[in-house]
Design a protein around this ligand. Structure first.
Ligand code: F6R
Length: 609
């Protein structure tokens, strides 16, 4: 991943770039760096770790100048050290890079043979050297960049400076996102709009293979062959959202607590109670359009993939349409069976996940109709979709996804109603019942949040455990996977989710007196079977934390701890169980003193393969 920012104008570049990087830190926080050009000289400051370290460095060693580029890194090639931090300088050329250069070793060898000395382990550093090399035989920086980029294989979004051409900044993109902001004769470049929207609303979205050359208060867009491109800007009408903690100790807890409102938002204006149906005009498909598909294919990564898993249970159960669920990074490389009769649904919080975007493009090439379920408005995935259901969860800063996931579940529930009403699998009465259950959900989330102090006790009890197991049946299996992922991500405790009935086929060997087993036992059709699975654990000395439905005084009788969660029906209870599991992971991590907002090795938006 990584986030990049560039600026050229009449302001001091450093604060503009640092503000932009702050908004991009969700893309990586292994190191950060900035380069400005002042009186024809380039100066660089870099530090390892989070942006705050670079801020400290800049206080001691400030930078000046009206042109600059900056970077926040999520390490792919090379450890998160200062030497590997961007910007990288090769001769006279300085670059910041987001993406991966796949043929960098070959290029590095060639350049080394020509006398270039490399100071980092990164793939990115070769770009600066390659452009520097091309400058020896070309007349302009622009031409040198064009020649160099043609030799790169892989993905890049780049900002480039060169002290030999100190009135120019160049940006280029292929495979990694990039936008240009324009405000008169001031120019902003960034990996995404939120990084620069506080400066301007006039944006140009760069496409693959395009370059932007900023010089003397003007910008020119062109191809790598030097052909001019006439790009039109658009005025973005959404407001920059402020990242405020509003009194919470961290963003994750704030976002967990925002879920009742986030769910109200995803539902707002979409319910058609009289028809037992929902308004989803954004899909761009009427009843006959929806009924034309033979199957659905839900594709996503990570937490969003867990939402897809839950979506399969919902849609197959209620709409009787076959649904495949695919991990995007697998789907994109296995020549999947997709046709114009497939409705592909890409699910993504950020809308920028490289694998999900590539899967979408793969499906597009096979003529699928594409709808996305996305949180970030105007991001790449919705932009490339035929229709989109926005989840309206608001800005999610905590790296571990919380409100984005539960709003994805609700969006899938809305889609289920729409599909079922369109094909008749859901009749008026059932549609109305489903909407009534949905209307009660925000208050039930509020009630679930009140379990926090009980959950803290559980976390205290098992704080020294190294492992945990999460078990569930049916749709709760998807939620068990999500609960385990949350615990892993923020507390670094190893955790696995299994279908409860599958445990006896292997994982049961792990049961001991140290490891908590979280059993998801909502009062649905599986309850009796889940209780038996719980007995199997207890019989082997396992420590069970039972999550069951309010009023169920049976399930938890032999568990070490019981959490009673409001009953919202089989289809919506997963949302409430998720909230409890988020609080479990959160309490473990906080008691262990971990940074829940920026867990190690992770980034919010994964824009590399
Ligand atoms: C986990 C988490 C990740 C993301 C995954 C996909 O808490 O946030 O697993 O779900 O990287 O990201 P999006 O949804 O932005 O495509």
């Amino acid at each position: 991943m990584c986030g990049i920012v560039g600026y050229m104008g009449n302001q001091d570049a450093t604060p503009v770039i640092m503000n932009g990087l702050r908004m991009l830190e969700y893309r990586g926080y292994d190191s950060a760096g900035i380069c400005t050009m002042d009186s024809g000289e380039v100066e660089i400051r870099r530090s390892s770790g989070k942006l705050v370290n670079l801020e400290r460095l800049l206080k001691e060693q400030p930078l000046y100048g009206n042109i600059g580029i900056g970077h926040t890194r999520w390490a792919t090639h090379g450890k998160p050290t200062v030497a590997n931090a961007h910007p990288h300088k090769g001769g006279s050329v300085v670059v910041v890079h987001n993406g991966i250069i796949e043929n960098y070793l070959l290029l590095k060898d060639e350049l080394s043979n020509k006398g270039h000395k490399f100071l980092s382990e990164t793939d990115s550093e070769i770009i600066s050297h390659l452009i520097d090399e091309k400058l020896k035989s070309t007349t302009s920086l622009e031409e040198a960049v064009q020649q160099a980029l043609k030799e790169l294989q892989g993905a890049y979004a780049l900002c480039i400076l060169c002290h030999k051409d100190n009135k120019t900044m160049i940006a280029a993109k292929s495979g990694s996102p990039m936008v240009v902001g324009i405000k008169g004769n001031e120019f902003f470049v960034a990996s995404d709009m939120p990084a620069i929207i506080s400066n301007t609303r006039e944006m140009v979205i760069m496409e693959d293979g395009e370059m932007a050359v900023f010089r003397n208060g003007e910008v020119k867009f062109c191809t790598l062959d030097g052909e001019d491109i006439n790009k039109t800007s658009r005025i973005v009408d959404w407001s920059p959202l402020k990242a405020e903690k509003n009194g919470y100790p961290n963003f994750m807890l704030k976002e967990i607590n925002e879920q009742p409102q986030a769910i109200r938002n995803v539902v707002a204006g979409r319910l058609r109670e009289d028809k037992g149906d929902v308004f989803l005009e954004e899909l761009g498909l009427n009843n006959s359009g929806l009924n034309a598909f033979e199957r659905l294919c839900l594709v996503a990564c990570g937490t969003s993939w867990h939402a897809a898993m839950a979506g399969k249970y919902l849609i197959e159960e209620h709409c009787r349409i076959p649904v495949d669920v695919e991990i995007a990074s697998e789907f994109r490389y296995r020549n999947p069976l997709i046709s114009e009769k497939t409705l592909l649904i890409a699910i993504s919080q950020s809308g920028e996940t490289a694998d999900t975007l590539a899967a979408l493009r793969e499906a597009r090439s096979k003529n699928a109709h594409i709808v996305s379920i996305c949180n970030v408005v105007d991001s790449s995935i919705p932009r490339e979709s035929d229709g989109v259901i926005y989840t309206r969860a608001g800005l999610e800063i905590g790296v571990a996804s919380t409100k984005a996931f539960t709003t994805q579940l609700v969006a899938l529930y809305l889609l289920t109603i729409r599909l079922g009403r369109a094909n008749g699998a859901i009749d008026l009465k059932k549609g109305q019942e489903m909407l009534a259950a949905l209307n009660k959900l925000p208050a039930q989330v509020e009630k679930t949040l009140e379990l926090d102090s009980q959950i803290e006790e559980i976390a205290c009890e098992y704080l020294t455990s190294w492992d945990a197991i999460y078990l569930g049946r049916g749709i709760s299996y998807a939620i068990a996977l999500e609960g385990a992922l949350k615990l892993k991500e923020i507390s670094y405790i190893h955790a696995d989710g299994y279908p409860a009935g599958e445990m006896k086929h292997g994982p049961i060997a792990l049961i001991d007196r140290e490891m908590p087993v979280f059993i998801l036992a909502p009062n649905d059709r599986h309850i009796v079977k889940v209780r038996s699975n719980m007995e199997e654990v207890i019989t082997r000395g396992g420590k069970v934390v039972a999550l069951c439905s309010e009023g169920d005084n049976e399930t938890g009788k032999r568990a070490e701890f019981t959490l009673q969660i409001p009953w919202a029906g089989e289809a919506l209870s997963p949302v409430l169980f998720t909230v409890a599991l988020q609080l479990i992971a959160y309490n473990f991590a906080i008691l262990k003193g971990k940074d829940v907002d920026q867990p190690r090795n992770l980034a919010k938006s994964v824009t590399v393969e």
